[in-house]
Design a protein. Structure first.
Length: 349
């Protein structure tokens, strides 16, 4: 059995003291010359040195391990970027991430928390597929925790900036000269159990920007189910009863896919006849023709920000446009410009 490489081995190879080697390999080399730091790191790499995690834990009280517990994020393709964002930052800080999926079952959630506690993780990331308030989070009070795509009392919460995204969608259409705009996907009462707290925020942003531009919607079609069928039926109904529509705002990409189909059946082309803008940036948005202009849900950046906060790193330094409001950290939803928006036909010479 091969002998474990120790600090003494690295010290002997590098010509530095064990104390100096320890400082360098624990990233505490502020007062050590760059030449010595380089020599120690090179020796450690050549020898294949890896720290004794058990000894480090006894010395520092930390396991360099984070917990990520989610309801269905790990098994959902659409949100898998959140996991990648978490792992990216964790790797940069030499942290391991233990993951658990609960499939929305309270018993599994409680079991996952107990399991992570027994492993003495240094912090908790709680990821939600549909943004909501967590009523009770049974986490040790002396350990940091972050909720991604949700909120919990007294815990840092990472959310997409849906209000700003709604505003950006309207402003983008207005910039192109659109005034006869229709909206598809407003729930009859967006505050009554909307399924996710992001729905009313997204719609509030849309309404605020319309008001700021001095506009009202030329027509709307309600729908709590944000699927292609809603977009298809909504666009057909609006086109049948309201003339002069030059642009649609879809509540999400799936609604937009249905709008595309309805416009095609009516012999209307996107964007030369009617423009379409949407939210989420699902994979299909880049493959349909023409490509759909949309506001992307920033799952990767949300995962990055959560891990940065746990590791006491400021997400503002790495992610442009981050806003903080109380315990909430709002991550911008970038506008993905493709080919579904153009100036209204009447404005073209």
């Amino acid at each position: 059995m091969a002998r474990r490489i120790t600090l003494a081995d690295v010290a002997e190879r590098s010509g530095a003291s064990k104390a100096t080697v320890s400082l360098v390999l624990n990233s505490k080399e502020a007062r050590i010359s760059p030449e010595t730091v380089e020599r120690v790191k090179k020796a450690a790499q050549e020898l294949g040195y890896s720290p004794n995690q058990a000894a480090q834990t006894l010395r520092t009280g930390k396991t360099n391990t984070l917990a990520f517990i989610s309801d269905e994020v790990l098994t959902t393709r659409f949100a898998s970027a959140m996991t990648h964002g978490i792992l990216e930052v964790a790797e940069r800080h030499a942290q391991m991430v233990l993951m658990a999926e609960t499939e929305h079952q309270p018993s599994r959630w409680a079991k996952a928390l107990d399991s992570m506690k027994s492993r003495q993780v240094d912090g908790y990331i709680l990821g939600l597929m549909r943004a909501r308030d967590l009523e009770k989070v049974d986490i040790p009070t002396n350990q940091p925790a972050v909720v991604v795509n949700g909120r919990a009392t007294g815990i840092a919460s990472i959310l997409p900036n849906e209000v700003a995204a709604g505003q950006a969608a309207v402003n983008y259409l207005v910039k192109y000269g659109h005034r006869e705009i229709a909206f598809i996907g407003r729930p009859e009462d967006p505050t009554a159990n909307p399924g996710t707290m992001n729905i009313p925020r997204r719609i509030a942003g849309v309404d605020q920007a319309m008001a700021a531009a001095g506009l009202t919607f030329a027509d709307e079609y309600e729908g709590i189910l944000w699927e292609s069928e809603t977009g298809y039926e909504g666009a057909k109904a609006i086109l049948a009863r309201t003339s002069g529509i030059t642009a649609f705002i879809a509540a999400n990409d799936r609604v937009a896919f249905g709008i595309y189909r309805a416009l095609h059946e009516q012999g209307l082309a996107v964007p030369s006849d009617v423009s379409v803008i949407s939210f989420d940036d699902e994979e299909l948005a880049s493959y349909i023709h023409p490509g759909l202009t949309t506001l992307r849900l920033p799952y990767a950046e949300m995962g990055q920000a959560a891990t940065q906060i746990l590791l006491q790193e400021d997400p503002v330094q790495l992610i442009d446009g981050v806003e903080a409001s109380g315990n909430e950290v709002l991550i911008p939803m970038p506008l993905i410009e493709r080919s579904s928006v153009a100036a209204p036909p009447s404005s073209r010479s």
